[in-house]
Structures are given as structure tokens and as C-alpha cells.
Design a protein around this ligand. Structure first.
Ligand code: 13P
Ligand code: 13P
Ligand code: MG
Ligand code: MG
Length: 367
């Protein structure tokens, strides 16, 4: 069976209002542009907060110039519409004037997986706003390596072999492959530092699935390293395949029953709880948050996406939403104090250095 590629390419090309949401006309512009293309098998356009999300299936493989160029062109058209409507930060993530073959390093975020489809292929697209790629470390680790989350690791022989994790050091631009369950303590030593080490891909072990085809992929673009100044957080996306030798759909969603803390929120400068929501509630309002997560489920067949099912639009996730709102209250009471505000190192790429510069000459030595 021929391989299929599932790509999510996303960008903030203008918020409505502020950084809260995507204007419906931007979604229409993107849909119209993708509809005209004959290189896609299928697509779905949506948003999470102020991020415009292009979900696409095709047969061009990962890092395809044609697919990236189509996405870039779509974001450019949406930027024009955003300017016309006077949307906030129109073209925010379009950091280059000219497309050069691949959107990586140009502002948009990308998660892509090329794989040989199984008879039934459940794929979940996770979209987050107001946070950073390391926000996926905790949930992806739980899905694929934590037996308290994923019962299959204990009771399904086809999951017993564990998985291989590709982890990136995003400061040093290096990567390492590590194995579960053998190396879980060392893996956690790295990925607990989620601002620096991020899970990029997960691969299967054992003989049920091709070991070189990813079963999860996460976007790891670092906007501030590209832009050189703060232009917004690199709100991440991820793709996860489920079932038959992989975590079941419910095991893939289970980590989001806990409102874990992530970095981002107001001005990309605060720790706050993730809130899993349906698309209709993927709007960042309170203190520009709290950071949101959306999960869209598909059954991919012959290139068709067959979906989405809006998986967090479900009363089973009401308790975590309440927990998240309560934690948001608790964190907000700290105002400008750490650990609600991010530590100084993480503020280097915000507007804070401007304040520090003015104060610098007033500092005197203490002996
Ligand atoms: P599979 O082995 O077919 O993925 O079934 C597991 C399951 O769905 C239990 O919830
Ligand atoms: P975005 O990264 O989602 O544009 O948010 C930027 C921001 O400053 C929110 O307060
Ligand atoms: Mg924005
Ligand atoms: Mg955003």
C-alpha cells in the first residue's frame, strides 16, 4: 500500500480581536485556496485561538516543497485578508518576504508524518495556542511511556516493547534517540526541562509496524530564535496515530484529563494551566488564555481524512476545564511574581530587556 503524508502547517496571520481568535473570513480564504490545489488528497482548515491551522493529506512526503509552498501561499492570501479587515498583528508569523522551498525557519509551525496506512488508521491532530512546543512533552510521554496512563503498555503484548523517542535540544540544535522503557529516567531528566528539550517524534519498536515510520510528530519551531525579537509564542501542533499496537484513542486523550502547567499565556511570559476544549471554545480570552488544546480525530482511508471528530467537546473533559479555570485563578493572584511570570532567562526574548536597559545605568556597585 502506498504511503500517505499527514501534514499540519499553521501560522498566526492576524488575531480577532487581539490574540483571541481567528476571523471566519480567514478560514474561508484558506479553504478556497486549498480547494483549488490538485496536489492534496484531502484537507481541513480550522483554528486554535489566533492560529490558522491547515490539516492536509497528500502523497508528496515530508518537507515537500510543493506542499510548503501551497501553505505559504495560503497564509499570504489570508494575511492580505487580515490586513483588509484590520486584524491584530496581520502577518505576525510571516517572518520572511520570499518563500525559499520550505516554511521551516520562516515563521509557520509544522508537524508532518509519512506512513504506510493500516486497514483502519486513527489519527489525532492536537492544536495548542498560547504555549510552546515543550508543552507536548508531558502528554506525549504519558501516552507512549507511562503505564499509569496507557493500560496497553501493561496488558497488550504488542505495546510491551515500548517506543523510541527522538528528542531535540532546541538551544544547541542537536537530537538524540532514546528508548522506552529502558531509558525512561534519562528521558525524563531531559524532557522535564521542556523549554530546552522537546520530543520531536516517536517511533514504534517490535514487528507490528514499520520501525522507521513515526507514530507521533510535534512541531518544534522556535519563533523567537528566528525573529530575534518577541513576535508571539510558537504555539505548537502535534500528530498522533492510535490503536492496534499503539495507544488506544482514549489513552492518547487521557493525559489531557489533568490541567498541567505550560509556559506561554499573556505576552508569552507566564506559566498557566492547559485547558482542553472543543473548537468552539478555542478562544484565548482570560489574560489571553488560559492556554488551549484542541484534539481533532480522523480515520484516514485512501487519502481521505474522514473527520474531524472534535474530541475535547465532551462533558467527560468538564472537570479538567474546571480544574484549569481554578488553577488560572490561583496563578493570577501572583501577578508579576515568579513562578507565574516566567524566570528571567525565558524573558530574554520578550519586551522586558527594554525595561532593564533603562534601569541599568542607575545600578551602583555594592561592596
Ligand atoms: P486495539 O488493539 O484494536 O487498538 O484495541 C484496543 C482498544 O481499543 C481498547 O480500548
Ligand atoms: P500569540 O503567540 O498567540 O500571538 O499570543 C501572543 C501574546 O502576546 C498573547 O498575549
Ligand atoms: Mg497572535
Ligand atoms: Mg497564537
Amino acid at each position: 500500500m502506498s504511503k500517505i503524508t499527514f501534514s499540519i502547517i499553521k501560522a498566526d496571520v492576524g488575531g480577532y480581536p487581539g490574540h483571541a481568535n481567528v476571523h471566519p473570513e480567514l478560514i474561508e480564504v484558506a479553504q478556497e485556496n486549498l480547494k483549488k490545489s490538485d496536489i492534496l488528497e484531502d484537507f481541513h482548515v480550522t483554528h486554535c485561538g489566533d492560529d490558522l491551522e491547515l490539516l492536509m493529506t497528500h502523497r508528496k512526503g515530508e518537507d515537500s516543497e510543493e506542499i510548503h509552498s501551497l501553505a505559504w501561499d495560503t497564509f499570504q492570501k489570508a494575511t492580505e485578508k487580515a490586513k483588509e479587515l484590520g486584524l491584530y498583528g496581520a502577518g505576525q508569523d510571516m517572518l520572511s518576504d520570499a518563500f525559499s522551498g520550505n516554511v521551516k525557519g520562516m515563521g509557520p509551525g509544522v508537524a508532518e508524518m509519512e506512513f504506510t496506512p493500516r486497514k483502519a488508521e486513527p489519527v489525532v491532530a492536537f492544536l495548542m495556542d498560547k504555549t510552546e512546543p515543550g508543552a507536548f512533552n508531558l502528554p506525549i510521554f504519558k501516552m507512549f511511556a507511562d503505564p499509569f496512563n496507557t493500560a496497553g503498555l501493561v496488558i497488550d503484548p504488542s505495546l510491551h516493547n515500548g517506543f523510541r523517542f527522538e528528542i531535540w535540544d532546541i538551544k544547541e540544535s542537536k537530537k538524540i534517540i532514546m528508548e522506552t522503557p529502558e531509558e525512561i529516567y534519562d528521558i525524563l531528566a531531559l524532557i522535564g526541562a521542556k523549554g530546552r528539550f522537546v520530543i520531536k517524534r516517536v517511533f514504534p519498536k517490535g514487528d507490528k509496524l514499520p520501525n522507521d515510520e513515526p507514530v507521533a510528530a510535534i512541531s518544534t519551531e522556535k519563533l523567537y530564535q528566528i525573529a530575534g525579537e518577541y513576535v508571539g509564542k510558537d504555539d505548537p501542533v502535534a500528530l498522533v496515530r492510535a490503536q492496534s499496537g499503539l495507544p488506544a484513542l482514549g489513552e492518547v486523550l487521557e493525559p489531557f484529563s489533568h490541567a498541567f502547567l505550560v509556559s506561554g499565556w499573556m505576552r508569552g511570559s507566564h506559566n498557566g494551566p492547559i485547558m482542553p476544549v472543543g473548537v468552539k471554545n478555542a478562544i484565548c480570552t482570560r489574560f489571553d488564555g488560559p492556554p488551549r488544546a484542541v484534539a481533532l480525530g480522523f480515520q484516514v482511508k485512501d487519502g481521505k481524512m474522514n473527520g474531524p471528530a472534535d474530541l475535547f467537546d465532551d462533558p467527560a473533559f468538564d472537570p479538567v476545564r474546571e480544574q484549569s479555570a481554578r488553577i488560572a485563578d490561583y496563578m493570577r493572584r501572583h501577578g508579576p511574581f515568579e513562578p507565574h511570570r516566567l524566570p528571567l532567562e525565558d524573558m530574554e526574548y520578550t519586551t522586558l530587556p527594554g525595561v532593564m536597559k533603562n534601569l541599568k545605568r542607575r545600578f551602583e556597585s555594592v561592596d
